[in-house]
Design a protein around this ligand. Structure first.
Ligand code: TYD
Length: 203
């Protein structure tokens, strides 16, 4: 990670169709904006199913990680497991995600700043809204659960997608944005967030 500038880290955020329909685009932008991150790319699109599938096929470990997460959540609640094999179960979810993501407009964004990937994940909250903490976007603005989604055989509606790692972010940004759509500019607020000296505040 030599020469890696944490301050320039970028991450992808997508306000999913449920977030757009719930009129939460402004609120979501406000949350990331107010923490000090910089918006460097923004667009509204209706994703194709292919785009959504490509997006959810980036991480070869995704099915094992997501399936395990769901199974652990069922166990923690003392509920019978939703299937025999977590990977097989997650592959079923992956087949449902393109229908959800392509059901209407989404707003995709690139946010940049110090540790943007982790900062955005923290503000977004954990995957299942039922257990996402208050104060996070998923915890504050929605109430879906794995069990409700699984009973209805659909993907969890949790308002936001945000990249899980820097590597994932770079690959995801390349799916949703052309290089020329990502802007390079300086915000006045970056001086107070990052600059070593604070000369110029006092007159
Ligand atoms: P995942 O990448 O595990 O979560 P996150 O979005 O928090 O990084 O899963 C991708 C999406 O798949 C998730 O946002 C909602 C949906 N999903 C389900 O519908 N059911 C599930 O059991 C899981 C784990 C995810």
């Amino acid at each position: 990670m030599k020469n890696y500038d944490l301050k320039q880290e970028q991450t992808l955020v997508i306000v999913k169709p449920d977030g757009v329909q719930r009129d939460l685009v402004g609120e979501v932008i406000k949350r990331y904006e107010q923490c000090g991150l910089k918006l460097v790319g923004l667009k509204m699109v209706i994703p194709t199913k292919d785009m959504a599938l490509k997006h959810y096929s980036i991480d070869p470990e995704w099915a094992i990680k997501s399936g395990t997460k769901t199974f652990e959540s069922y166990k923690a609640k003392g509920l019978p497991l939703p299937g025999k094999d977590p990977v097989e179960f997650a592959e079923g979810i992956r087949r449902k995600l393109p229908d959800f993501m392509s059901s209407g407009p989404v707003v995709s964004m690139v946010w940049q700043g110090m540790g943007a990937v982790s900062i955005v994940r923290k503000i977004t909250g954990s995957t299942e809204p039922l257990t996402s903490l208050p104060g996070t976007i998923r915890g504050d603005y929605t109430i879906d659960s794995y069990t409700a989604a699984d009973t209805d055989s659909r993907a969890v509606r949790n308002i936001i997608h945000s990249s899980g790692s820097v590597d994932e972010a770079n690959k995801e940004i390349a799916i949703w944005f052309d290089k020329k759509e990502i802007l390079s500019y300086r915000l006045v607020s970056e001086e107070i967030i990052y600059d070593v000296n604070l000369d110029g505040i006092l007159e």
